[in-house]
Design a protein around this ligand. Structure first.
Ligand code: NAD
Ligand code: ZN
Length: 232
């Protein structure tokens, strides 16, 4: 089982939230990306996530994404591979990964902010930075299909993640600062299931989580090639 965060997409030119040159330095992402903004100022949500949508569409998967896709391809039919990503950039799928759980949704889809509306979420590459798009059915603001700060993980993704963690014998987190719950707690469940637990990241964890038994610091695109012995 693999858990990825923004750091795995850094080599694709996408900025992380935290860390050096992070989006956080420019925006208060919790302010711009909080679910409450959908009520009082949805334009702010698009101001943050609109450009990220455009950037992830323009980006290409990097070596780290490719290694994970290759590892999944090479597994025996009896081995289960689950890739849980906190990223909403879609790069794992574009690299060829199949069994991907998008814990925080995807920036490539738009949906209505009104929970009672029947509008189906739809693929949308427009960054909507000029004007807030409105729902053709109910006139509420449309929103990116991303889990915002203050929102829960959708039930399906939450359930699929918990099920994978129960049977997990190897857990590797890659490129995540380990500060955003619930993903930051997954390693404890993996440890409880008896898994080998590995942390791969550029920077060490701010407060070290003792559930990780191994740590490899460096760029994901370099560390993963060595860890899996895969050349791409
Ligand atoms: P984060 O921004 O909190 O942390 C990113 C981590 O990646 C940092 O600890 C940094 O040291 C590390 N890092 C930077 N470059 C790296 C590299 N080349 N190799 C390995 N590690 C590297 O990200 P998070 O923990 O994922 O949490 C922030 C939230 O925002 C998540 O939901 C995240 O997915 C989302 N986000 C997503 C994207 C994206 O989809 N590409 C971009 C920004 C933020
Ligand atoms: Zn609607």
């Amino acid at each position: 089982m693999i858990l990825t965060g923004a750091g795995i997409s850094a080599a694709s030119g996408l900025r992380t939230f935290r860390g050096k040159d992070g989006v956080w330095e420019e925006y208060d992402v919790e302010e711009f990306g909080h679910v409450n903004r959908l009520q009082d100022n949805p334009g702010r949500v698009w101001e943050l996530f609109g450009p990220l949508r455009a950037e992830s569409k323009a980006a290409a998967p990097n070596t780290a994404h490719a290694v994970l896709a290759e590892v999944e391809r090479r597994l025996h039919a009896t081995q289960l591979f689950v890739l849980i990503t906190q990223n909403f950039d879609g790069l794992h799928q574009r690299a060829g990964s199949k069994n991907v759980i998008e814990l925080h949704g995807t920036s490539h889809r738009t949906r209505c902010s009104n929970p009672d509306c029947d509008l189906e979420p739809f693929i949308d590459e427009n960054p909507h930075t000029d004007a807030v798009p409105l729902c053709p059915m109910c006139d509420h603001a449309l929103r990116p299909d991303i889990v915002l700060f203050g929102e829960r993980i959708p039930a399906l993704q939450s359930w699929e993640s918990k099920r994978a963690l129960r049977d997990c014998d190897l857990f590797i987190s890659i490129g995540t600062s380990g500060t955003v719950a619930p993903a930051s707690n997954f390693v404890r469940s993996a440890e409880y299931a008896g898994a080998r637990t590995i942390y791969v990241n550029l920077d060490p964890m701010e407060s070290r989580n003792p559930a990780y038994k191994e740590e490899y610091l460096g760029k994901a695109e370099e560390v993963l090639c060595k860890l899996f012995g895969v050349e791409t």
